[in-house]
Design a protein around this ligand. Structure first.
Ligand SMILES: C[S@@+](CC[C@H](N)C(=O)[O-])C[C@H]1O[C@@H](n2cnc3c(N)ncnc32)[C@H](O)[C@@H]1O
Length: 277
């Protein structure tokens, strides 16, 4: 498809938020080696216990290892292809593992259940699909409604780096060759970045150019950029408590070399009911 402008992208549910997830085979291949976060969330779920609610469960990269470890998971995602891929993977698991994973197609800003969870997670930049203050407020309100008293919300996102936000939109970066799992073609892969400093949204065009000279294609991915102090303030003013920011799934302090901000916080205290006179 022709490359849209950043001003046309960057809303929850739009093409920039979902196109990358329309190709679960490529997603699975691209992030296969990403294991540290999976181990972190499995250990967290085992420690806190289930059931766990995972917003933006995707193809189950994290949820499947969690249910294999014996913890029950409710998974919500907006992408039908990602959920389809997860269901296909789940069908190959033993029956007791299948029974532990409950999947629904839904928007993390609006999906509702009467269940309450001691742990809610949203992994691997999924919160970067919350583009506006209203998106964030809607998501936090759903989290608060679904957390059990004393329950914990844990999520992670990449630390914005000034150098990455300043990349020249007129240039393509990388150029490695890879085998596209859907078409089977050998392609030259590159990325082009555009940043909107007002909306704090970065657009990455993932560009695939078959080496056999056949037609190239591009896939957009838009991410809201959250600065760590901004995220802490948003959580604080939404009433979350015990807000801890740590680095790179190692429970260490954030510093200039941090890649991943891991956020852990407690549900707001329930309001005391007014006693009738
Ligand atoms: C980077 S993937 C993460 C998937 C999985 N949690 C993981 O760690 O691999 C982001 C996921 O967010 C989902 N998503 C984007 N916007 C959403 C929304 N508003 N509500 C629910 N899911 C959404 C996408 O469909 C995609 O599966």
């Amino acid at each position: 498809m022709s490359e849209l402008n950043l001003s046309q992208l960057g809303r929850a549910g739009d093409f920039g938020a979902l196109a990358h997830y329309a190709d679960p085979a490529y997603y699975a291949k691209a992030y296969k080696s990403r294991r540290q976060d999976v181990d972190y969330y499995v250990a967290l779920a085992e420690r806190i216990g289930g059931p766990v609610l995972e917003y933006a469960v995707g193809d189950g990269r994290v949820a499947l290892p969690v249910v294999r470890s014996g913890v029950e998971v409710w998974g919500v995602d907006l992408s039908a292809p990602m959920l389809g891929a997860l269901k296909a993977r789940l069908a190959k698991e033993p029956v007791e593992v299948q029974r532990r994973l409950h999947l629904t197609r839904g928007d993390m800003r609006s999906w509702r259940t009467r269940r309450r969870f001691p742990l809610i997670v949203s992994t691997f930049n999924s919160v970067l699909h919350l583009y506006t203050r209203q998106d964030v407020e809607a998501f936090f309100s759903r989290v608060k409604a679904h957390l059990a008293p004393g329950g914990r919300l844990v999520f992670d996102f990449s630390l914005p780096r000034p150098a990455d936000l300043a990349l020249d939109p007129g240039r393509s970066y990388s150029g490695m060759r890879l085998r596209d799992p859907s078409s089977g073609k050998l392609v030259k892969y590159s990325e082009r970045f555009e940043y909107d400093p007002v909306r704090q949204i970065q657009l990455c065009w993932m560009q695939f150019e078959p080496v056999d000279g056949s037609e190239a294609w591009s896939v957009p991915l838009t991410h809201r950029q959250f600065f760590p102090q901004e995220m802490e303030a948003l959580l604080h003013y939404a009433g979350f408590r015990d807000i801890q920011l740590s680095a790179d799934f190692e429970d260490k302090a954030l510093d200039v070399d941090t890649d991943w901000v891991v956020v852990s916080c407690l549900a707001p205290r329930a309001k005391a009911k007014k006693r009738r006179k």
